[in-house]
Design a protein around this ligand. Structure first.
Ligand SMILES: [Zn+2]
Length: 85
């Protein structure tokens, strides 16, 4: 699923993994790389329109490493605190 952020940047979501836009290939297909490439994760995905054409390599990490997920948890915690006071 390709998601467009309010700032115009796109990312690809497959399950709990996120991929950031890498480049558009000459034939118009789009290449995405795992947004956790910092963890030496080499996974990349090729899409054609909304279709996933191929996914290469395997993730070296669990999807939980994404910072955004932690932020959501933290926010939920804070909200609970506010409501209980
Ligand atoms: Zn990965």
């Amino acid at each position: 699923m390709i998601i467009e952020k309010p700032n115009g940047k796109r990312y690809l979501k497959i399950g709990d993994y996120r991929f950031s836009y890498h480049k558009t290939l000459r034939d118009g297909r789009v290449r995405w790389k795992c947004s956790s490439s910092r963890q030496s994760c080499k996974v990349y995905v090729i899409t054609d329109g909304d279709d996933i054409v191929s996914m290469v390599h395997e993730h070296t990490h669990s999807p939980a490493v994404h910072r955004t997920k932690k932020n959501v948890k933290q926010a939920t915690k804070n909200n609970k605190k506010i409501f209980s006071e």
